[in-house]
Design a protein around this ligand. Structure first.
Ligand SMILES: C[C@](O)(CO)[C@H](O)COP(=O)(O)OP(=O)(O)OC[C@H]1O[C@@H](n2ccc(N)nc2=O)[C@H](O)[C@@H]1O
Ligand SMILES: Nc1ncnc2c1ncn2[C@@H]1O[C@H](COP(=O)(O)OP(=O)(O)OP(=O)(O)O)[C@@H](O)[C@H]1O
Length: 329
């Protein structure tokens, strides 16, 4: 086979504005009611097809390992900065599954530049995997005579859900050309109802130099007797209901706080920063609070960098569209 061109994109992170546990399933997963929003804190991913079988993945930190280590106040070789390059990386798993499913020969060369911290509840690995599926699909389409394009909308969400519960969200709404930033998700997170925000959402995110295991947080959670619903929040985000009327919720915040002592300082600092609606995202450890404007978010982030006790990545962010644009070179 011939090599393909390079396909690249910038996988975004996500915040869970709402997360409620509805039930514990027999397969060990939990039924959720969650609202996810994509934000412009992004990794960079490049993929091309090669004649050599397998996935050759190289990973680096976009800002430089030393610079991230300095912000986190850890050494360059600290485990927080380790990103797997073997099949523990969801990008490798995604491309291997695509190769099998499309019965492709040859393999892949992949470059991943990280910005999104791992074990943060920001879905970085899941977003990288969704992007790898999209880029891999386009590259395979270029270099193969097979006409598998009509199957894309059916096959990619199935492969994505196999790789992880958060992965389908990052594919966006494949059947439409609509710009969407947000989804209400049920099932284990893979049943998605996408929608458009009435107004961009600004926030400040703190990743407090601590990685939390998603499986461990779920193993310490409790399903409430009377679960809350995200419907009011979804209507507020769509502009159908007054924005002042919504509140955020995360049923994983309590168990995650019990597992990591770094979450409480992040929540405390955010709640004192003149922002609103402060919460942890996903299974943590990152926390966020909403701002009225990009200017307010930028000023609050700057202040928090000098007041937060200990190392942390602190960023002003804004909602963005899923999926991210693909570039070909
Ligand atoms: C916390 C969230 O990020 C919120 O969006 C997701 O629910 C987690 O999604 P994810 O990281 O893609 O998680 P997966 O890789 O699918 O699952 C990791 C582990 O988390 C637990 N898990 C995950 C999703 C879910 N709905 N219920 C669960 O109990 C299971 O123990 C599972 O073995
Ligand atoms: N592409 C990747 N980038 C970063 N970490 C990865 C990647 N693929 C696999 N991993 C591994 O996955 C684990 C969790 O990464 P991830 O960033 O998805 O977790 P998370 O922040 O808890 O996100 P989520 O919201 O999906 O729970 C880490 O232990 C990391 O080593």
């Amino acid at each position: 086979m011939t090599e393909s061109r390079w396909y690249s994109t910038s996988p975004p992170a996500k915040l869970n504005l709402f997360l409620e546990l509805l039930a514990r399933r027999d397969d060990g997963f939990h039924e959720l009611d969650t609202v996810m929003i994509a934000i412009d804190w992004r990794d960079e991913l490049r993929v091309r097809r090669t004649s050599k079988p397998g996935v050759q993945l190289s990973v680096d930190w976009s800002a430089g390992r030393e610079s991230i280590a300095k912000e986190l106040q850890v050494t360059d070789d600290h485990e927080l900065l380790l990103v797997p390059t073997d099949d523990k990386n969801l990008v490798v798993r995604a491309l291997n599954r695509l190769t099998q499913t499309l019965n492709l020969d040859g393999g892949w060369e992949v470059q991943l530049n990280k910005n999104i911290p791992s074990g943060a509840g920001m879905g970085g690995a899941s977003s990288d995997a969704a992007s790898a599926l999209r880029l891999g699909w386009e590259a395979a389409y270029e270099t193969s005579s097979a006409t598998f394009s009509p199957l894309k909308h059916e096959m990619l969400p199935l492969l994505a859900a196999e790789i992880g519960s958060d992965v389908p969200f990052f594919l966006g709404e494949l059947e439409s050309e609509r710009d969407v930033e947000c989804a209400q998700a049920t099932g284990r997170g893979e049943k998605l109802s996408f929608f458009t925000l009435a107004n961009p959402l600004h926030a400040v995110v703190i990743y407090p130099a601590a990685s939390v295991s998603t499986a461990q947080v779920y193993s310490h959670c409790q399903v409430p007797d009377s679960p809350q619903s995200s419907n009011d929040l979804v209507r507020a985000l769509q502009g159908i209901r007054a924005e002042s009327e919504f509140s955020l919720h995360n049923a994983l915040q309590a168990p995650a706080r019990g597992l990591s002592s770094r979450i409480d300082p992040a929540l405390e600092c955010l709640s004192k920063a003149g922002l609103t609606h402060c919460r942890m995202t996903g299974s943590g450890s990152a926390c966020f609070a909403l701002a009225d404007s990009s200017q307010q978010a930028a000023i609050a982030a700057e202040t928090l960098r000098s007041t937060f006790p200990g190392g942390a990545l602190i960023r002003p962010v804004v909602s963005c569209v899923v999926p991210s644009e693909i570039h070909i070179a």
